[in-house]
Design a protein around this ligand. Structure first.
Ligand SMILES: NC(=O)c1ccc[n+]([C@@H]2O[C@H](COP(=O)([O-])OP(=O)(O)OC[C@H]3O[C@@H](n4cnc5c(N)ncnc54)[C@H](O)[C@@H]3O)[C@@H](O)[C@H]2O)c1
Length: 419
């Protein structure tokens, strides 16, 4: 067996707190993960992670190495510290990229330079050309990159993918997807970066459902038009609060995608999300409908401990929860955990299967295994999910041009342009 892998998480914000660190702690218990380091811009989020009652109760006795140290003043910034931390790692361990979207590219390139496998939260990067460069560099060095599109690991998506391949539905022809995040997001750190020039709800969350339709059907998007409604954040910054996008796929099928930062805080939430798809068959049609919000569990609390301070909540048992188990503390369950486990587990398997090979044989075998993952199309990789970077580029082009249609052309080389 290969030794368990050391992990450096770069970025200590919401996604690290809610999903990444707890998942890594559980993988540490199972022997996949060895030492965990978390590197952040400053010490503030690291203190929150270290002092979290929720995390320490679930994972008693487990800890991470903090960079910078928790004792440095909170206002001191360390934007380049991740480079030193990555440079000190043993080769072919795992770097987790969990910082704001526009910073993924430099961290990924740094990790590749130091021969590290990578788990990157979505989106991998914001430009198609960067994906191509990343894929090429990683393959040359035999390094595995998994992009954490966790909706792919939701059982209903996996079932749909299999059923579509078995032609139980017919050909996808038209569909609707919705994902509306809570209103309280507007008063979070979002107001500092979720501005019109940086991003919009389609790019931030709509891309999950475009990826999902691609995941289920294998159809590539070819045309996108996104319109937005602007609003002001509490700090006065202007952002797109709502968007509606229309995506046409290579077989002419259409998907309408509605997104926003505005699910009522007082509602049962925690957000609104669903997908419905219609299909054409022989003399009849097929359909699938996923309610991704209400998954059949309702809780009414004595205090307002629900999402957004609510008393009554729809609770998803499917994405991520910690629950009692036979071992110490609690264990994570759900497709969020399964997605992290699949990506880190794949890096571990690659190292395990090549541990006893010569340098040249190991490189050849690692490349072969990476290509198998690309081909399988379950874990998102630069090679099998590059349509997402094209979709993001096209969506930004469209929304900044008042909803004009942007085209994604795949020949002779994938690129995006206004119609
Ligand atoms: N459903 C999903 O897949 C999902 C959900 C939430 C977030 N995300 C993605 O996760 C990423 C992070 O989002 P978040 O919500 O955690 O953001 P956040 O603002 O809560 O956290 C960002 C973190 O990055 C750190 N950071 C910034 N610059 C740094 C630097 N130079 N060196 C080290 N750390 C640095 C900050 O200290 C902060 O801890 C984004 O790419 C986002 O799109 C994905």
């Amino acid at each position: 067996m290969a030794h368990s892998l050391d992990i450096t998480v770069v970025g200590g914000g919401m996604i690290t707190y809610d999903l990444i660190l707890p998942s890594l702690y559980h993988l540490q218990r199972t022997g996949i993960v060895n030492k965990i380091s978390v590197c952040s811009l400053d010490s503030v989020p690291l203190k929150i992670l270290r002092n979290s009652k929720e995390i320490t109760e679930a994972f008693p006795g487990q800890d991470f190495q903090a960079y910078p140290s928790l004792s440095v003043p909170e206002n001191e910034k360390y934007p380049d510290l991740y480079k030193e931390v990555i440079a000190r790692m043993k080769p072919r361990q795992v770097v987790v990229v969990a910082m704001p979207d526009q910073l993924h590219y430099p961290v990924i390139m740094e990790a590749l330079k130091h021969n590290q496998h990578i788990l990157c939260v979505k989106p991998l990067v914001l430009k198609y050309e960067q994906t191509v460069e990343i894929e090429k560099t990683a393959l040359e060095r035999g390094l595995f990159i998994g992009v954490e599109y966790h909706k792919r690991f939701d059982r209903r998506a996996l079932i749909a993918k299999r059923s579509y391949a078995l032609r139980h539905f017919g050909d996808f022809i038209i569909g609707e997807a919705k994902l509306i995040e809570p209103y309280f997001y507007r008063s979070s750190n979002f107001q500092n970066w979720f501005t019109c020039d940086n991003t919009d709800p389609f790019v931030y969350i709509g891309c999950h459902y475009v990826d999902l339709v691609y995941f289920i059907t294998g159809l590539k998007p070819v045309e996108i038009s996104v319109s937005g409604v602007k609003g002001k954040f509490p700090n006065g910054n202007e952002g797109y609060m709502w968007t509606n996008g229309r995506v046409r796929f290579e077989n002419s099928a259409l998907l309408s995608v509605t997104n926003g930062l505005g699910y009522p805080d007082q509602a049962a939430g925690s957000n609104e999300q669903n997908l419905q798809m219609f299909f054409e068959g022989n003399n009849r049609t097929g359909m699938l409908k996923h309610d991704d919000q209400f998954r059949g569990v309702e809780h009414s609390y004595l205090e307002g401990i629900g999402c957004g301070g609510s008393f009554f909540n729809y609770v998803s048992p499917d994405f991520y929860r910690v629950v009692p188990w036979e071992g110490p503390g609690f264990k994570p369950i759900g497709y969020g955990f399964e997605s992290v486990a699949a990506i880190v587990g794949m890096a571990h398997r690659i190292e395990n299967d090549t541990a006893d090979l010569s340098v040249a044989e190991s490189l050849g075998k690692r490349r072969e295994m990476i290509k198998e993952v690309d081909e399988k199309g379950i874990i998102a990789t630069p090679a099998n999910s590059y349509i997402n970077e094209l979709v993001i580029e096209a969506a930004r082009l469209s929304i900044l041009n008042n909803g004009e249609t942007a085209l994604i052309e795949y020949e002779p080389r994938p690129h995006v342009k206004l119609r």
